[in-house]
Design a protein around this ligand. Sequence first.
Ligand code: URA
Length: 224
Amino acid sequence: MKEKFKKYIQLRMDAGEEGLWFSPKRNKNLQLDELKKQMEECRACRLGRYRLNPCFGNGTYNTEIMFIGEGPGFVEDHRGEVFVGRAGKLLDSIIRDNLGLERKDVFITNIVKCHPMKDPSNPEKRGNDRPPTEEETGVCIKKFLEKQMDLIRPSVVVTLGSPSTRTILKRKTGITKLRGNIFEKRFSNTKVKIVPTYHPAYLLRSPSKKAETEKDFKLIKKLL
Ligand code: URA
């Protein structure tokens, strides 16, 4: 019934009708649900042909803050959820300890929605991760991240690690130089404040960087 109703509403919206009974928040949620369905069917690049489950993002669509990582890994590919491995657990606790927010209060996603694998014929293999290529990232951002941004309209975007930061800021500089700064930028049609910080997987390998991360989060807190 719910699906039928959504389809009916979408048809009327596509025809240009905006009923007074239709709240902007509900409209936004429906459009994001529709975008998620498109992602589930996406085969625009080779990642879509081999992944087990695409990962749209987790949390709430009604938030001021969005976190953007690189791409799903092994656990994410198996669960269809972003940042659910060890790095994800660390990210959750950083958000909780520094911003007093839970995963359900923010939106977390990646620059690519499907697991980039070295050997795509074997998604059950551990240690099979690789960074997404520029081409895969470019296609995925156009199809999904830009639309997520324009619908969710966060005021603050936290980029996690070098690949996500460089891609979003279109800069070649490494994360060590960019982190802890605020970049005011238009991403797609949305004006946002971007704060790069270290990727939680890097923090697992280099726990001494946690102090700098806490500094970055103090800055992020001031922006909210
Ligand atoms: N690393 C990422 O960048 N994203 C995830 O979803 C998981 C690990």
